[in-house]
Design a protein around this ligand. Structure first.
Ligand SMILES: [Zn+2]
Length: 761
């Protein structure tokens, strides 16, 4: 509600000027001196050596709008929300008077256990702002407000602690200068959890209104970085093997008709070529052209140069150019290991003591079970069977199809044990998955996590209770499929493990058949960690049957496959749609029934056709089409993998390997963002991933594939900085942008298959 209206409705408003500064007598002096609070009170200038004189005239009244979205609560706003943790419970709603009401049922154990927040504004470096709001509480209590970095260490740009509030509506105001780098997506927070001075609080209601943030002086403001798109000539930044096709992509087809390839080591031009073609690419908002320099084959470091487009990043031509990359992308899985110590000799900076070793509580019971081990799934420390199964499947299939690419010297503790490291690493996850199977029913628990995501800390410091979430059909189906693959692959190395995997697979399949139609998984209400929901389990069931058929050759499974309706699920190879794995397993089994084979080839081809169509239409040869969704880089890697699989089993006139290579080129820099999406590789790669160990240590783990462009803008940071951009350019290298810049084990895994397949060919 706007303040004038509020003044009329709330009779007993006290306009108490409470400044957000150190030393102000009206507040307890606990404001952290490291926070960038400056005071504009003329009498207080000693306290604020960096204070900037306010020039009220700088901003005209008309231009100076309230920067807080929905700050008057005239209606619901999607920018406002609640965050709860540490036992806190609170709900927000807008009352009939147009005020935000926060019903706090449990104040938890820390100040931010109940947090009301607002996103959707920016703070510019050196600009002066005034924030103000009205607040009351049905019981006397203490609260804190702050505007903070919405990620990383969540430190405050400005804050005020130990603010006393009562049932009288009070007006608070504070003027401050933003002294840090401009932040396009900070978060305003009202922390309404537990404060020592209050002790335990009974259920109560806090009312908030007229939350305003005005830009008072922009004369010295520095705009936020615009996310410059990098060079106008884009290439695979990791490089090319001598005989690879090498195509540079020029952002603007109208700028140049010639380019040169410059050998950086030799200091001379080694090739001159023509810039050809003109492909309108809606996803990138560009009309691009190409420079083919495939004939440059000599090993060396190069760059492309053109008169108007400028220079490309440097790249290497060398037959071993992907060797280190494969090792690092595999080693990343080792670095994600949970439940065992990571030693410095293998993990470097990322060494840590064993984490998450306590028994998990089976959700809704008091029963506990050992579920230690496996990989941390992603930027968080959850361990989830469904995506974990995808990751293991990818790397076991990579080994099965291209075993000679994998070595025993990646640099993990098992290196040198006579078993390829990729299989040692897969086994680490498989052993955890075996623990996730319920021994009585054969069903498989969906995941093990805390109730909420952890803070941005190293994993061994997390002490929250771990909960084992209910059995789901999708987890059980994925488990059955992966264990069947493992039974095949490990037969050569360890027959006892192979047998255990086989038996567990059959038990999981039995569970699925006994619980047909039970559907997928949804998080219980108090569980906020990754859900990996899936309402269709037929594709998981089919995948399990196909892998068991490939492993055993038994007609029992083939007869069941014959009953599957292949149109009852979406096709894919992600954590949700898994049918392509099933198709591939059936088509690579020793024998096939003609009818089933025909149907499956038909489905596989339909999928491939859509992939090919997208690649043909896209200037960057991306298989995404015009929509880039969360984890687009996984889909690009998956499609590369599917094309390589197709090349092994389907007769065709298309060079699927070349199309697959284009997906790799995209991931490694030949894309419209100019990013090589694997950390630590290329000239420009992500430095600020949403990944807890990297954030906690302040250094980026090498060998992680980030999610990539996501035009659905599914986090506040992305929403603020990427709005209005073409779909393929909706990427930002910022730790706050979990929908663009997180990492996962199951995004690395299809990249491992893709790299192995291309390396082997
Ligand atoms: Zn852990």
């Amino acid at each position: 509600m706007r303040r004038l209206l509020a003044l009329l409705l709330v009779g007993s408003i006290i306009l108490s000027m409470t400044a957000c500064a150190k030393g102000n007598t009206e507040t307890t002096d606990t404001t952290d001196s490291t926070e960038d609070v400056t005071v504009t009170d003329e009498n207080d200038s000693v306290e604020s050596p960096t204070a900037i004189p306010i020039e009220e005239e700088t901003i005209s009244e008309e231009e100076n709008e309230n920067l807080i979205p929905g700050g008057y609560f005239d209606q619901e706003s999607s920018k406002w929300g609640t965050y709860t943790e540490s036992g806190g419970a609170g709900k927000i709603s807008v009352n009939p008077d147009g005020q935000l009401e926060v019903v706090i049922e449990n104040s938890g154990t820390v100040g931010h256990a109940v947090q009301v927040y607002c996103d959707g504004f920016e703070l510019l470096k050196n600009a002066v702002y005034e924030i103000s709001f009205d607040i009351s509480s049905s019981i006397d209590r203490i609260m804190e407000w702050r505007i903070q970095l919405n990620g990383g260490d969540y430190h405050a740009y400005v804050s005020e602690e130990n603010v006393g509030i009562t049932n009288e509506m009070k007006h608070f105001t504070c003027t401050f200068t933003m002294e840090e780098e401009s932040d396009p997506a900070p978060r305003l927070c009202f922390n309404l959890g537990f404060y020592q001075l209050d002790g335990e609080l009974a259920s109560h209601t806090v009312t908030l209104d007229n939350v305003e943030l005005f830009l008072k002086d922009a004369s010295r403001a520095e705009p936020a970085a615009t996310g410059d798109m990098g060079p106008s000539i884009n290439i695979n930044q990791v490089g090319y093997r001598s005989d690879d096709n090498k195509i540079a992509i020029f952002r603007d087809s109208s700028l140049d008709n010639k380019f040169e390839v410059y050998n950086v080591d030799a200091g001379k031009i080694v090739y001159t070529g023509y810039v050809l073609g003109s492909v309108q690419t809606i996803s990138a908002g560009e009309t691009v052209a190409y420079g083919d320099f495939s004939s440059v084959k000599e090993a060396g470091t190069y760059k492309l140069v053109a008169a108007n487009s400028g220079e490309s990043y440097e790249f290497v031509i060398n037959d071993e150019v992907y060797d280190d990359l494969i090792d690092d992308v595999v080693r990343m899985l080792y670095l994600q290991r949970c439940g065992s110590e990571l030693k410095p000799e293998y993990a470097g900076d990322f060494a840590h003591a064993a984490c998450h070793t306590q028994k998990g509580i089976i959700y809704g019971t008091s029963e506990k079970k050992d579920v230690s081990g496996g990989w941390h799934d992603a930027g968080d420390y959850g361990r989830y069977v469904v995506p974990g199964a995808k990751a293991v499947a990818d790397i076991l299939l990579a080994y099965e199809d291209y075993s000679h690419v994998f070595t025993d010297d990646v640099g993990i503790p098992e290196s040198g044990n006579g078993i390829p490291d990729i299989l040692d690493e897969a086994r680490y996850e498989l052993e955890w998955m075996l623990k996730m199977q319920d021994k009585k029913s054969g069903g498989v628990y969906h995941k093990v996590t805390g109730l909420n995501f952890e803070a941005m800390v190293m994993p061994e410091t997390v002490t929250d209770d771990l909960y084992i979430m209910p059995i789901s059909n999708c987890a059980t189906g994925d488990f059955a499929a992966v264990m069947a693959i493992a039974a095949r692959v490990y037969k050569l190395f360890d027959s006892a493990v192979a047998k255990e995997c086989h038996t567990s697979s059959i038990r999981a399949l039995d569970y699925l058949e006994a619980n047909d139609g039970e559907g997928g998984y949804r998080n219980p209400g108090d569980v906020l960690t990754g859900e990996y929901p899936d309402t269709v389990d037929t594709d998981e069931y089919f995948w399990a049957l196909s892998e068991l058929y490939k492993t055993t050759g038994s007609s029992v499974y083939e007869k069941k496959i014959a009953t599957i309706d292949f149109d009852s699920f979406d096709d894919g190879m992600g954590w949700q749609a898994v049918s392509l794995y099933g198709y591939y397993a059936y088509l690579t089994a020793e024998k096939q029934n003609d009818d089933i084979k025909k149907k499956i080839i038909n489905k596989f081809n339909t999928y491939l056709n859509s992939v090919e169509k997208n690649i043909e239409a896209d200037g960057y040869f991306s298989s995404m089409g015009d929509v880039y969704y969360w984890g687009s880089n996984m889909t690009l890697a998956n499609n590369g993998m599917a094309l390589l699989m197709a090349n092994r089993i389907i007769e065709n006139s298309t060079d699927f390997d070349q199309l697959a290579k284009k997906q790799l080129d995209y991931l490694l820099g030949a894309n419209s963002t100019s990013y090589c999406f694997v950390t630590g590789y290329g000239s420009q790669s992500p430095q600020n991933t949403h990944h807890r160990p990297s954030e906690a240590l302040g250094t980026t783990m090498i060998g992680m594939l980030v999610g990539g462009a996501n035009s659905n803008l599914e986090d506040p940071y992305a929403e603020n900085v990427l709005s209005g951009r073409p779909a393929a350019k909706c990427y930002v290298d910022n730790m706050q942008s979990y929908s663009c810049n997180e990492i996962t084990v199951y995004w690395n895994s299809p990249l491992i298959y893709l790299l192995a397949g291309l390396e082997a060919n």
